[in-house]
Design a binder for this molecule. Structure first.
Ligand code: SF4
Length: 334
């Protein structure tokens, strides 16, 4: 049955999903992760969820999402029940108990086009939109995705965009900041300014793997050590930099939901193309995705530093020392 966009037409999302479908249906997507981490006091949002009963050994992003959704009065959420987070199902049930409407979407187990298309069609029917409207939204968002790709190229080819700026723009492709036209203007302004910059110089070129870091000064600290972050693996995936004919192909090429194999291929290409000297694998405390660290270490032939973040805030001293030692180690080899 068609969901009619009501007076409050916001749909909260907690992961990258076929956002074209949401826009085509006349809803406005809001990535709750980005509101949470951009809040004045994100740690307070985590603490509020703990006061509400969330256990200490649950990932801080989950707790942040819960409090943020309640604080912002979000009444409808897409729960990604496959291919994203092992906590989503339980979180969505808890949110349902608060009266939030839960709309499921799941990625298939493997990235076969036929299965992806079926999942998107189920989602399309749930939101009550047409393939023609989705195609129109894809064309609009593809124009912006191309510009995000230029930002990425300015990061690793022209060396005029910092790793932090790269992160901020690409991570915003999950919901296009809830207003694609305004986001596109912001990108245009940034591109005009960045193209006139002097190239940044650094001895070491790094890539960052894993879920977006919860640390507030992650990129600034790493790049203060004479390095450049020229690859943000997951954020780049959010931006979907591939040229595709339709939305099913687009979400089949998206690597993040489908286990390690597509990610390894993508990262291996980036190591070559971007001439990376090392990788920092960011992992989140209490996240099942930490297990992928074993796979990355076996499959990728490059120095890898694994770090772990727990709550929002600045990098702790121990993690900072480990990053410094890693950078010094690489400096000794290049
Ligand atoms: S960091 Fe891991 S556990 Fe936390 S929300 Fe993301 S996928 Fe889930």
């Amino acid at each position: 049955m068609k969901q009619s966009p009501p007076e409050n037409n916001i749909i909260g999302i907690t992961s990258t999903i076929p956002v074209e479908v949401i826009y085509a249906a006349g809803f406005t997507p809001v990535d709750i992760n980005n509101i949470f981490i951009g809040a004045d006091e994100p740690d307070l949002l985590v603490t509020r969820s703990e006061s509400a009963g969330f256990p200490g050994n649950i990932c801080a992003w989950i707790k942040g999402i819960y409090s943020t959704a309640l604080e912002h009065g979000i009444r409808r959420i897409i729960a990604v029940t496959g291919g994203d987070c092992s906590n989503t199902l339980a979180l969505s049930e808890i949110m349902g108990m608060k009266g939030i409407e839960i709309i499921p979407f799941d990625y298939p187990l493997n990235c076969s086009r036929v299965h992806v298309e079926q999942k998107i069609d189920d989602f399309r029917k749930a939101l009550g939109t047409s393939w023609a409207d989705i195609k129109r939204e894809k064309e609009r968002l593809d124009r912006i995705r191309k510009k995000l790709k230029v930002i990425d190229q300015l990061t690793f080819i022209e060396n005029v965009v910092t790793g932090y700026e790269n992160h901020l723009f690409l991570v915003s492709a999950s919901d296009f900041k809830s207003d694609p036209d305004r986001f596109e203007k912001e990108i245009d302004t940034f591109l005009d300014e960045a193209k006139g910059r002097q190239a940044l110089k650094a001895d070491i070129r790094l890539g960052v793997l894993g879920v977006p870091p919860i640390f507030s000064d992650f990129y600034q600290f790493i790049e203060s050590l004479g390095t450049r972050v020229v690859f943000n693996e997951v954020q780049r995936q959010f931006s979907m930099p591939y040229v595709t004919n339709d939305i099913a192909e687009q979400y089949t090429l998206y690597t993040y939901p489908y286990g390690s194999a597509p990610r390894i291929r993508d990262i291996a290409e980036a190591i070559e193309e971007r001439r990376l000297d090392g990788l920092i694998h960011y992992t989140q405390t209490f996240c099942f995705r930490q297990l992928y660290d074993m796979v990355f270490r076996q499959r990728l032939n490059i120095p890898i530093l694994t770090i772990e973040g727990d709550r929002p805030g600045e990098i702790d001293r121990r993690t900072a020392l480990r990053i410094e030692a890693f950078v010094e180690m690489i400096k000794g080899t290049v």
